[in-house]
Design a protein around this ligand. Structure first.
Ligand code: SF4
Ligand code: MSK
Length: 634
């Protein structure tokens, strides 16, 4: 007799109560969610340990992860070659995603400079000036467009430069850059690095895991200090550098009596255009005539974080909640552009007659309607979507159940703002960050970032880890879906200082900041790089990023982009812990290199832990080790 299928309780799947409520509703409605498939589709244990190669048709070749050196592939590839190549291709894919996104922002910038795109403008002249100065571009007495054209030309090299160092390495602390030069990992343009990474991981090319790992670091650095950093800078120049703003999160931001439009994905331009469309008097009037009290624009995932940080637009939830938001029945339209968009959103939307629209030529979904966002006339796309959403509102035919929860917080902490807030400098102002680290009020700084993953209880590790860190006087900076988890848990309010250790609480209360600072979307991890670079340059905490009492963590990661981010932090000198899974076979030379060997070369290192308390323990131990080495072990 077949065993009855075990039904997992929603509270064992997620700590997000809104998502729990929607999982129960989806079950009642007979709608399958990705949580259900994660239960049914168990991961292949050989693939999970990255012990399988399918780089040619002599394979696929499967190694034995419990006895990794017992055999080699048909071509003779060892477990170290196989696992390193797999890891390298993840980094290449993640880097490609961030850099292609950054390049799209740069093309938009070029259109604005050339005057072919008129619906977007250069909004933040101060940031443009700062970026120009960081690239040694003259600004005195010059027209904005002239400066912008020079900035464009320099930043284009981030992608296309075939030899030599990309311009943004000027921002890297001298000693860190010296280490990169010694190791031969200073990046050229991302196109070159990704191309070489793909070449060297093909059958019969680079079969020395140490040599391959150098290219892995070089490729990842072309992302962090290249494509991602350009994306952040250009988005700030065009849409404004974030500064602290009060925000609301969770599914309670949806409104039963309004037309609800969710924008999900990664590119800020779609949401910026949607802000204009939803505010248009003619469309507001149309919504009113349909019986709506207004048009409610809401973000999800990283698109949402871009506009949450800049404009305080409400945010309905992170990666694991995107289907669940549709289950409310209250979403009249969901638009998506690129990255982290589950294919089955289209199907779930169909179950509730929600208008579901893809908008980017790079990312269509079979069967889904596509209304392309053309930056030359963006409102054509967004107006059409708003009209469709109003029509769906008018004809709503599904019962609506909106979870009532709304979390509040203060987000929008760019690295520029952190610097300003902490006294105009990371050291020497009225509440300098470096001095507070040196005097021990702040024990260290941790970046807690990244995705959620249906293979671990949604949000749990993010929240528990951050609670442990702030309790131990570690200031936490955040990007991506992680900060949505913390905002829902109420830890991004200044009042959360009550949960911090005495030293950190004192700093937070004096400056008026939360102990957990949301910095933006996943490309905005570049803001964390800039913050750590600034900490080194300010002085008192060593000469390279690897000397700092800082650590990073992606406790519930899932995307190849996360691996690229992790590797660029490690290559920059940061101890970086990943949770729940790590794509590597244990007890191999490649594992030893990533977890120990890179640090001995002056870079950072990887760490892994399965539960948030162990993640915190590893990070605190690293921070304390660095404090001791700096002689500030107070
Ligand atoms: Fe097997 Fe080598 Fe081909 Fe990989 S490259 S599938 S290890 S034969
Ligand atoms: S959206 S990459 S799930 S952070 Fe940037 Fe969230 Fe991870 Fe996507």
């Amino acid at each position: 007799m077949a065993k009855p299928k075990q039904i997992i309780r929603p509270e064992d799947i997620t700590i997000c109560e809104s998502t729990q409520q929607m999982i129960s509703k989806a079950r009642r409605d007979g709608v399958e969610l990705f949580f259900d498939r994660a239960e049914e589709l168990k991961p292949c244990p050989i693939g999970a340990d990255s012990a399988c190669c399918k780089h040619c048709s002599m394979g696929p070749c499967r190694m034995n992860p419990t006895d990794p050196y017992k055999r080699v592939g048909v071509c003779g590839a060892s477990i170290d070659t196989i696992a390193t190549r797999n890891f390298g291709r993840m980094v290449a894919a993640g880097t490609a995603a961030h850099t292609d996104h950054g390049m799209a922002m740069l093309e938009l910038f070029r259109g604005v400079i050339e005057g072919t795109i008129t619906d977007f403008q250069i909004k933040d002249h101060l940031k443009l000036g700062e970026v120009a100065a960081s690239l040694d571009i003259e600004t005195d007495g010059r027209e904005i467009k002239e400066i912008a054209a020079d900035v464009y030309r320099e930043l284009e090299k981030t992608y296309t430069q075939v030899e030599g160092e990309i311009p943004l390495v000027k921002r890297v602390p001298a000693k860190t850059l010296e280490t990169w030069r010694r190791e031969g990992i200073v990046p050229r343009g991302a196109m070159r690095e990704i191309m070489e990474m793909m070449h060297r991981t093909a059958i019969g090319v680079d079969q020395d895991y140490e040599n391959l790992t150098k290219q892995i670091s070089r490729t990842a650095l072309a992302d962090g200090w290249g494509g991602s950093m350009v994306s952040t800078d250009i988005s700030d120049i065009l849409f404004g550098t974030p500064s602290p703003v009060e925000i609301t999160v969770d599914m309670g931001v949806l409104k039963e009596d309004q037309v609800n439009i969710i924008v999900h994905g990664h590119e800020p331009n779609l949401l910026e255009a949607m802000m204009v469309s939803t505010a248009a008097p003619s469309l507001q009037q149309m919504a009113a005539e349909a019986g709506a009290k207004g048009i409610n624009l809401v973000g999800m995932c990283c698109s949402g974080l871009e506009v949450l940080s800049r404009h305080g637009i409400p945010h309905a939830g992170n990666f694991s909640s995107t289907e669940a938001a549709l289950v409310t029945g209250a979403v009249d339209a969901m638009t998506v552009d690129i990255q982290c968009i589950k294919q089955d959103l289209h199907k779930v939307a169909g179950c509730y007659d929600t208008v579901f629209v893809t908008t980017n030529y790079r990312a269509k979904i079979e069967g889904a309607q596509h209304i392309e966002l053309d930056e030359h006339d963006p409102l054509k796309c967004t107006d059409e979507i708003v009209i469709k959403a109003i029509s769906r509102f008018k004809n709503r035919s599904h019962p609506i159940e909106i979870p009532r929860r709304v979390g509040r917080g203060v987000h929008g902490f760019s690295h520029e703002y952190i610097k300003y807030m902490l006294g105009g400098s990371f050291r020497g102002g009225y509440e300098p960050l470096n001095d507070n680290i040196i005097n021990g009020r702040i024990r260290g700084v941790a970046g807690v970032v990244g995705c959620t993953n249906p293979r671990s209880k949604q949000d749990f590790s993010h929240v528990e880890l951050v609670k442990e860190l702030i309790k131990n006087d570690v200031l936490v900076v955040q990007t991506g879906c992680s900060q949505v988890a913390l905002a829902k848990a109420g830890l991004t309010t200044p009042g959360a200082a009550a949960l911090a250790g005495a030293g950190l609480a004192e700093v937070c209360e004096t400056v008026g900041i939360p102990p957990v600072l949301g910095l933006g979307s996943c490309v905005d991890n570049s803001r964390i790089l800039m913050a750590v670079a600034e900490m080194v340059k300010t002085g008192g905490l060593g000469e390279s990023i690897a000397d700092l009492p800082v650590a990073g963590c992606a406790p519930e990661w899932m995307s190849e982009k996360a691996i690229a981010i992790g590797q660029y932090f490690v290559a920059s000198g940061v101890f970086t812990v990943f949770g729940h899974t790590f794509p590597i076979t244990r007890e191999t030379k490649f594992e030893k290199l990533l977890f120990e060997g890179l640090a001995s070369k002056g870079l950072g290192s990887w760490g892994f832990a399965d539960d948030p308390y162990e993640m915190a323990r590893l990070m605190l131990a690293h921070i304390d080790k660095k404090r001791q080495a700096l002689g500030i072990d107070t």
